[in-house]
Design a protein around this ligand. Sequence first.
Ligand SMILES: O=c1ccn([C@@H]2O[C@H](COP(=O)(O)O)[C@@H](O)[C@H]2O)c(=O)[nH]1
Length: 241
Amino acid sequence: MTAPASRIYCSVDTTEIDAARRIAGQVAGTVGGIKLGLEFFIAQGPAGIRAVVGEDGPPLFLDLKLHDIPNTVAGGVRAALPLKPAFMTIHSAGGPAMMRAAADAAASAGADRPKILAVTVLTSLDEGDLGAVGQSVPVAEQVVRLAKLAKASGVDGVVCSPAEVALVRAACGPDFILMVPGIRPAWAATNDQKRIMTPAEALAAGADHLVIGRPITADPDPAAAARRIVAEIHDHFGETA
Ligand SMILES: O=c1ccn([C@@H]2O[C@H](COP(=O)(O)O)[C@@H](O)[C@H]2O)c(=O)[nH]1
């Protein structure tokens, strides 16, 4: 297994550049990259992103979850290319043409292209929530369906909860990237997440990358929380981690 630290993206959800820079600095060397999403991007835009991750900074996961008609999503992906994100997100519910347009737009960056990940079913949702929006199927079934569609549409991987990792891996193969939020160490609050596992459980299930936010960022000592998570993964996997 690759070293666990490099497989963790710390989700920094704040509107403030100083706070984001502080947390990124505290977890540097312990996690593999920084995830910045809607809250930060809406408040601070591309300049704010550059201020946190910079040219020589940690790998960037730009989690904007684009969901619009194909032409608009492709334009959004192209507009983000100068930020050189390692990963970007779109919503798989946007459909195959939208996902294909996003993948093609990313490919225009050549070797430096971001990997496009399609969000399947948000980790904050359970079966009852899906039913409320008219999708009366088991969550896992819907996630696998969307993951297969995403793969067929040319994207690099999906965002799914740890509960579906093994199923998606079996359906989509070893090279399809599984980026997994809904990660909660046993000592952390669940917050609004509904489909969760511990970091070690999610990696054991086959996740490629873990997205971990509040268990680190809401801790009074984010650096110590990040180190504790990595140590727990090492303890679980022993020398191979
Ligand atoms: O299904 C999804 C897709 C994205 N996210 C994002 O991951 C982080 C998780 O943060 P925590 O504080 O660890 O809950 C957050 O930025 C979400 O926007 C997700 O949770 N679930």
